[in-house]
Design a protein around this ligand. Structure first.
Ligand SMILES: Nc1ncnc2c1ncn2[C@@H]1O[C@H](COP(=O)(O)OP(=O)(O)O)[C@@H](O)[C@H]1O
Ligand SMILES: [Mg+2]
Length: 194
């Protein structure tokens, strides 16, 4: 039985070891799957992310959403609340900056902030997942903190983890604060967990 730290090391290495060709192929297949996913039909606003550390890229899917005039958002490190995220509107001409992890994010603009519940779906990166919908992140608890109070809302967004198949674990050690996912989508499989 591996600890969370050991799972993070193993699964981050697995995704970083993928070749550029494997990454491209995975991103293309993922976009195809997301494009035809019934749960995402008719969405008006979706949050995604820009891939980092071997994460599966959402770029082809975000481009598809833009073509379809679906609004998109990206996570931004919260300027005040530690280890929390804000979601900011993201489009072709959004000014971008590098955050302290070296990840590109929309420049902070209060007008562009979108609440989690303004999205029909949040697509989240992850380090590891299991088939119960448990999500292991990089260890900062960013999404857990940001989404902690979402479940009580009348129309919470669908929480969808996206990942490479190599990020699957048999059974992850779960903590009380971990926010479970509704679905996990890999290039090979759609897992509905709730
Ligand atoms: N809702 C929350 N409120 C306060 N602290 C939290 C919350 N969610 C997570 N944390 C803290 O964040 C840290 C990292 O969480 P963890 O679940 O291990 O990371 P990750 O989700 O990135 O894998 C933990 O030490 C935990 O105490
Ligand atoms: Mg967590």
């Amino acid at each position: 039985m591996l600890t969370r730290t050991e799972w993070r090391q193993t699964l981050r290495k697995a995704r970083r070891d993928l070749t550029d060709e494997e990454q491209h192929q995975a991103a293309r297949l993922l976009a195809e799957t997301l494009t035809t996913l019934p749960e995402l039909r008719g969405v008006r606003r979706v949050a995604g992310y820009l891939a980092n550390d071997g994460e599966i890229s959402l770029a082809p899917y975000l481009a598809h959403l833009h073509e379809q005039n679906v609004c998109t958002s990206l996570p931004v490190l919260h300027p005040v609340s530690g280890n929390q995220l804000l979601f900011l509107d993201y489009h072709a001409t959004t000014p971008m900056v590098q955050n302290r992890f070296g990840i590109s994010e929309p420049a902070l603009d209060c007008q562009a902030i979108r609440l989690p519940q303004e999205h029909q779906a949040l697509l989240m990166p992850l380090v590891g997942f299991d088939d119960k919908g448990n999500r292991l992140g990089m260890g900062g608890g960013f999404y857990d903190r940001t989404l902690a109070n979402l479940a009580g809302l009348p129309r919470p967004p669908l929480l969808i983890g996206v990942a490479h198949e190599c990020q699957r674990a048999d059974s992850l050690p779960v903590m009380a604060w971990d926010v479970p996912l509704d679905m996990i989508v890999t290039p090979q499989q759609v897992l509905r967990c709730r």
